[in-house]
Design a protein around this ligand. Sequence first.
Ligand SMILES: [Zn+2]
Length: 139
Amino acid sequence: MKNNNKPKHFIVFKIVGFIGIIISIVGFILVSFADFKFNNIMIGTLMGTFGSAIGISCLFIGFRPEITKLATQSSKNIQQENKEDLKGIATNTADIVSDAITKTTTAIKKGLDDKIFCKHCGEKIDSDSKFCNKCGKMQ
Ligand SMILES: [Zn+2]
């Protein structure tokens, strides 16, 4: 008895949800084809907004058993099937990230170390540059 009542109530939500989606589609079509008359745009926008709001929420409620089932199942499957993979991915990611950080900090340090000041105008330039970027004079 407990299980027999539930599906009916969800079926109503499903039907309302589909109607809502149809209303929203009609609303958006009305907006698209509206002759930029104020009334057409108003009706279309209202229908589209209310329709999609009602439609999406009703669809979500209507399909809640399926969504819950799917979500639970897929998360369980992901956890079971990919436990080792995830561990591997996490380790690899950590390695890549730490490597990238080390390389970046090294590059920044090197970049900072390789800077000198122009003899003529005092602009910060690369140590191996022959001419100043600012004043153009030879180093
Ligand atoms: Zn200079």
